[in-house]
Design a protein around this ligand. Structure first.
Ligand code: GUN
Length: 293
């Protein structure tokens, strides 16, 4: 069994990005600039955004954090999105989700200029992904693709089961794994909370990508000997022994599943660090105007 070290790969990719940024700046080019909008004080969102800002520093990017209280109006937020769309110095930006209920996430996403949508959430980027055109790809699935690539995991013709159908992870993940490319070229099945044959599908899978947000959902008797298991789960569960009062729990019952696997990602230290790095890669692409002019 090989433990996939997302933390080490993420550090490596950040070094590669930083080296490229140094070169760009040395040639007189523009330093990539990522902006992030954070609404409210959700613990998870605060942590993610802080990690994104820190990653920008490590990559040599400029970053701007725009904060709003939880009672910001939708109009105020949309006005800021339009301002960032028009700001020539900002190469890409994100609006951290989830947003408070009185704000339409969809409206916010669709107001972002798709050419600056480094999250890859805008319908134009999602549509372009689905037909194999260059676009910004959602960070978590893109990070998983990078792990499969760097560990040279075979995907062609393999049976890949994606657990979860979210717009951010499950759907783009399925799209990427079925694309005619490496990694990809897999036979993809998407299972979700209503799937009747989920356990059977998992037992037949060569690759399982678990993104349900249900701690310990994937058990040893659901996994084939030699399978590749990618755990996207990062649910906070109470843990009195931790200073923070919680720990992150994956969707996979790691201790009993790992011995059966050819490759498996741990939680934490697997997919998580790659998600942030994928956003950095998209920001570099935005800075270079590599996808859209
Ligand atoms: N909330 C959870 N994941 C993400 C992400 O990748 N981007 C944004 N903007 N919000 C998130």
């Amino acid at each position: 069994m090989t433990l996939i070290d997302g933390k080490a790969i993420a550090a490596q990719v950040k070094r590669e990005i930083a080296a490229e940024v140094s070169e760009i700046v040395a040639r007189g080019g523009k330093r990539p600039h990522l902006a992030a909008i954070l609404v409210g004080h959700d613990g998870g969102s605060e942590t993610y955004v802080a990690s994104k800002v820190k990653a920008c520093e490590e990559c040599g990017f400029r970053s701007t954090l725009v904060r709003y209280d939880v009672d910001v109006t939708e109009d105020e937020l949309l006005a800021k999105v339009r301002e960032l769309n028009a700001d020539a110095d900002v190469d890409g930006f994100i609006v951290q989700l989830p947003l408070p209920k009185h704000i339409s996430e969809q409206k916010v996403i669709e107001t972002i200029d798709y050419r600056k949508d480094v999250d890859g959430f805008h319908p134009i980027n999602v549509g372009r992904l689905s037909i194999g055109l260059p676009c910004y790809v959602s960070a978590t699935p893109n990070g998983i693709m990078e792990l499969l690539r760097r560990y040279q995991i075979e995907t062609q013709g393999k049976k890949c089961v994606v657990l979860g159908r979210s717009n951010i992870v499950g759907k783009p993940m399925a799209m990427l794994m079925m694309q005619k490319a490496y990694p990809g070229d897999a036979t993809v099945t998407v299972c979700h909370s209503r799937s009747k044959t989920l356990v059977q599908e998992c037992r037949e899978a060569d690759i399982i990508i678990a993104a349900l947000g249900q701690p310990g959902f994937v058990k040893a008797d659901m996994v084939k000997e030699g399978a590749v298991v990618i755990d996207v789960g990062t649910t906070r569960v109470p843990d009195a022994t931790r200073k923070s009062g919680f720990r992150l729990s994956g969707d996979v019952l790691f201790d009993e599943v790992a011995p059966k696997c050819s490759f498996i990602t741990p939680v934490p230290g697997g997919v998580g660090p790659m998600t942030i790095v994928s956003l950095m890669k998209n920001t570099l692409l935005a800075g270079k105007k590599a996808i859209y002019k």
